[in-house]
Design a protein around this ligand. Structure first.
Ligand code: ADP
Ligand code: NI
Length: 214
């Protein structure tokens, strides 16, 4: 088995029983989308694929906020399959710097491979899949779908964003609809544009149904 196949098997095994937004199928979609975007970019495809596969191997949210746990587990695995040191470090840096939360702080690492995987991960938060993930997350957190008296809040700090308990629809304005302007690559921007329009249409229908107008 090559490094990609070994990593796929490891990630599938590790994510058994993971919650819906970050289960194996999220990884699968990000991996596929990253490959699609990578066809138009000059990148190390092995690093792109490995980082896509390993980017959510351990979420700090479920480990007392430990933001080094993901890079550590990914690094240990990649050492066990004897990947080049420089590639291991690159994959770890991508995992460290890729989350939306990290991008709210000071960014200290950039690479074309990071751009590709980050775009693929952001794309999974918009479009039809993004809507499914948002309501799944909202259900997990027992949030209301929508509450007309609680307006969305823009420009939240990292801490406010983490501790928000607002209705799920607010998340569309606080994060999802902002993603299309954060895309790094040309292909990422095109895909985001389509998925963004789909969400806007969805919201119109949502409010119309909410008030019994459709
Ligand atoms: P990442 O995709 O970087 O791991 P998160 O862990 O923040 O990001 O989010 C995972 C999924 O859950 C995303 O699709 C995101 O839109 C959704 N999500 C995160 N926070 C909320 C929220 N407050 N309300 C609804 N959905 C959310
Ligand atoms: Ni992800």
């Amino acid at each position: 088995m090559n490094s990609i196949q070994q990593t796929e098997a490891f990630v599938r095994r590790s994510l058994e029983g993971a919650e819906g937004g970050h289960d194996w199928w999220h990884i699968y979609r990000v991996w596929r989308t990253a490959k699609t975007i990578a066809t138009q970019e000059k990148v190390d495809l092995e690093v792109v694929e490995l980082a896509a596969l390993l980017h959510d191997i351990a979420d700090s949210k479920f480990h007392n906020g430990d933001e080094e746990i993901g890079p550590r587990i990914a690094g240990e695995f990649l050492e066990s399959i004897e990947l080049d040191r420089s590639k291991i470090f690159h994959v770890q840096q991508i995992i460290r710097y890729m989350s939306y939360k990290a991008s709210l702080g000071d960014v200290q690492f950039t690479s074309k491979e990071l751009d590709v995987v980050q775009d693929a991960d952001r794309l999974d938060a918009i479009g039809a899949i993004g809507i499914a993930r948002a309501f799944s997350y909202g259900g997990f957190k027992q949030r209301e779908f929508y509450n007309p008296s609680i307006p969305p809040r823009l420009g939240m700090s990292k801490e406010e964003y983490k501790s928000s308990t607002a209705p799920t629809i607010n998340h569309f304005y606080e994060k999802l609809l902002l993603l299309k302007d954060k895309m790094n690559t040309v292909t990422g921007k095109e895909l985001a544009q389509q998925r963004h329009q789909f969400i806007e249409q969805y919201l119109q229908q949502f409010y119309a149904e909410w008030e019994g107008r459709a």
